[in-house]
Design a binder for this molecule. Structure first.
Ligand code: KDO
Length: 329
């Protein structure tokens, strides 16, 4: 009896592993992202896959896993280090956990706009910081995707003009100290929650609000369970398309070039579409009945910058880096 069961288990295992076993000659590229399929940084992986299949037919087995279905949000770098994941889009917050210098990009009101973001990361500053990420995290950052400009999105309407108006507001942030610092610096009470739980949190009222770029508020349907958008513009957010160095180093120079080009095509698709959508998305929320208000952005900027200036985090920022970022045009 034990043998029969053992055989059954073995055949199930074979069936489960068969796809990769038969795709033996292809390089396996597993991708994990918490993105919802309808958001641009979810769709960009299709562009990545198409681009790779076009320039290197039958060379790669690209497996896209969205909604955090393969790895939980924030656990991707560890999965890549263990060899269980080849590619992911990771945030400055994910990187800052292992490369404290990177926390400069988790600070509000540092990157000015998507153009500034591309200039910073595609120039010498990007080269220096990406090198640190490669050395300390064993990942290669292939392209910078614009996740969008983060805004506040509240469950109930209220007057919000300055940070003082957010006193006592339970603001959901992703779960790391750098994210919580950002939420608190806006004047709210930051509380950690995974992206996949935000919709329910808003619906049931365990949180009073969340912050995300507006295309994400639409794609994840947060507008169904919130009543207000406050245009704080507090973080021009980035996602970096990252590949594990184990995979990267196993490729020839020509293959590396193809992979990087596919990542850049994906980022470009995301960036162009997101920028276009952000320019016209307010109408959508107004039609959904949400109140949209422009607060005193200068008051938010001052409060946030003062909080970071005094922070322990800022001690890790390389000398002169903030000035170099500001001077990048
Ligand atoms: C979020 O959890 O609010 C966040 O916007 C953080 C980002 O770094 C990124 O993980 C993003 O979620 C997901 O890709 C879902 O859009």
């Amino acid at each position: 009896r034990r043998t029969v069961l053992g055989l059954a288990a073995a055949s199930t295992l074979m069936a489960l592993t068969a796809p990769t076993a038969f795709a033996q000659n292809k390089t396996l590229l597993r991708i994990s992202s918490p993105a919802v399929p309808d958001d641009w940084h979810g769709k960009m992986w299709d562009v990545f896959k198409e681009s790779l299949n076009k320039s290197a037919p039958n060379a790669y087995d690209v497996q896209i896993n969205l909604n955090g279905s393969l790895f939980k949000q924030g656990t991707e770098p560890a999965a890549m280090a263990r060899g269980n994941l080849e590619l992911a889009s990771i945030s400055a917050f994910d990187i800052a956990k292992l490369v404290p210098e990177f926390s400069i990009f988790t600070a509000g009101y540092v990157i000015r706009d998507p153009k500034h973001q591309q200039k910073v990361f595609n120039g010498p500053i990007g080269d220096e910081l990406f090198k640190m990420a490669s050395e300390k995290m064993d990942v290669t950052l292939l392209a910078t995707a614009y996740l969008g400009t983060r805004q506040l999105n509240l469950r109930d309407t209220r007057k919000v003009n300055t940070p003082a108006d957010l006193k006592g507001v339970k603001l959901r942030m992703p779960g790391s100290k750098e994210w919580l610092f950002l939420g608190d610096s806006l004047g709210a009470t930051a509380t950690p929650l995974a992206f996949g739980e935000v919709y329910m949190g808003l619906k049931t009222g365990t949180i009073d609000g969340q912050d995300n770029p507006l295309p994400t508020v639409r794609a994840a349907k947060f507008y169904e369970v919130t009543q207000q958008i406050v245009l704080t513009n507090h973080l021009v957010d980035s996602l970096f398309i990252a590949v594990s160095n184990k995979t990267w180093n196993s490729l020839s120079a020509a293959e590396q070039k193809t992979l990087k080009a596919a990542a850049q095509a994906a980022a470009k698709f995301n960036n162009e579409n997101r920028i276009k959508e952000e320019a016209q998305i307010l109408d959508f929320f107004k039609k959904q009945g949400l109140k949209v208000n422009k607060p005193n952005e200068e008051a938010f900027r001052k409060a946030v910058q003062a909080a970071y200036d005094k922070s322990e985090m800022a001690q890790n920022w390389p000398k002169g880096l903030i000035e170099r970022i500001n001077a990048t045009k």
